[in-house]
Design a protein around this ligand. Sequence first.
Ligand code: GSH
Length: 228
Amino acid sequence: MSSPLRFYYDLMSQPSRALLIIFRLSGMQFEDCIVALRNGEHLTEEFKQNINRFQRVPCINDNGYKLAESVAILRYLSAKGKIPEQLYPKYFVDQARVDEFLEWQHITLRVTCALYFRTIWLEPLLTGRTPTEAKIETLRMHMERNLDIIEEVWLAKSEFLTGPALTVADIFAACEIEQTRMADYDVRIKYPKIRAWLKRVRHSCNPHYDAAHSFVYKISGTGPQAKL
Ligand SMILES: N[C@@H](CCC(=O)N[C@@H](CS)C(=O)NCC(=O)O)C(=O)O
């Protein structure tokens, strides 16, 4: 007998939130397996042996089949018919456009937003050391190089990143950008198109978007409605 898909995640993790929102929008059945990264629950030998050999989240266990990497998980579940094609197109041309974004974002938007968050919020918490102003400035510049590309290239001609409607590309990107709120970065100040697009993404994904970002809102002290 098959058991429901187990989904391991932490709401502090950007790709975890993206998959959670996608799963909820897809109406998928799954078992919530929350992993508290802050308590090092992923660092145990048991987690490594039985859940994810890379000791990261998100990851899944689909009736004994273990898989890590958010984009691989998305493609696997799409191939199984679990993700609606409005979110991840089946037609190869449209799918390639979404894939283009997913491949682009990993080493650009994700790396630089995550590094900004880690250095300004997470590392001081873990080590007690705060980064220098010069370091913050360099990280901000690197991150903004990619935010510029979102504003000027991806959002140049369309309401959403890869066309006129929401896809998983928007959800992955929004979750990365929302993470920077916790490092007191407000993307809305410099980027009017990103600001309007984030509102559209949130609106298209709610109530799941706000639920997935509950910790981000709480820690940053800035709800989605916060004024500049
Ligand atoms: N490329 C992976 C990234 C996974 C990842 O970096 N997960 C982080 C949380 S966002 C994690 O589990 N970190 C735990 C650690 O590094 O100890 C994906 O897209 O799933």
